[in-house]
Design a protein around this ligand. Structure first.
Ligand code: HEC
Length: 145
């Protein structure tokens, strides 16, 4: 009887673990999907800024897409989502103040880009470069290569 109880407890434990792993991978996959969406808009903007395509008017759509998505980075790094199939480094949670500063700089830069979208390219390009710098600043410190 004792034996059965033990097996029961083990099954319960494994069950809970399985659910946690699933929840964790959902968090990770959601986060990566959000970044892929941001990355898609950035790639499109690179093509526009380099004048490889004539869709200058689309720049405002992509800038707005990034500005809308940027604040999601406030909640897509829940505790425990640094383990699994992720490139998010433990420093995100160990160095939370610096991470938050970089995240806020990114949100601000995305909002600034939205603000100059539709105006002259001479204002858009520096704001775009500034935004790109905030991506890299975070990736260099908090994302595995
Ligand atoms: C505050 C930190 C931070 C900022 C700012 C940031 N990123 Fe990231 N990014 C990350 C982290 C951490 C990951 C790894 C996520 C994971 O694997 O769970 C990531 C992953 C990605 C990925 C890969 C997603 C995948 O498929 O796994 C892309 C693409 C990306 N970021 C693009 C960008 C772009 C473009 C910007 C700027 C416009 C940006 N990021 C700004 C932290 C940041």
């Amino acid at each position: 009887m004792k034996h059965v109880a033990r097996i029961g407890a083990l099954a319960l434990l494994l069950g809970t673990w399985a659910v946690q792993v699933e929840a964790n991978s959902g968090d990770i996959q959601y986060r990566q999907a959000v970044f892929q969406a941001i990355g898609g808009h950035m790639t499109a903007l690179v093509r526009i800024v380099r004048r490889e395509v004539p869709h200058t008017d689309d720049a405002a759509v992509h800038a707005a897409g990034i500005a809308d998505l940027a604040p999601l980075t406030r909640h897509i790094f829940p505790e425990g989502s640094g383990e699994g199939r992720t490139d998010a480094l433990p420093a995100i949670w160990n160095n939370a103040d610096d991470f938050a500063r970089r995240r806020d700089a990114f949100i601000e830069a995305a909002e600034a880009l939205r603000g100059v979208a539709g105006g002259p390219m001479g204002e858009f390009v520096p704001a775009f470069q500034n935004l790109g710098g905030t991506c890299q600043g975070c990736h260099d410190n908090y994302r595995a290569d």
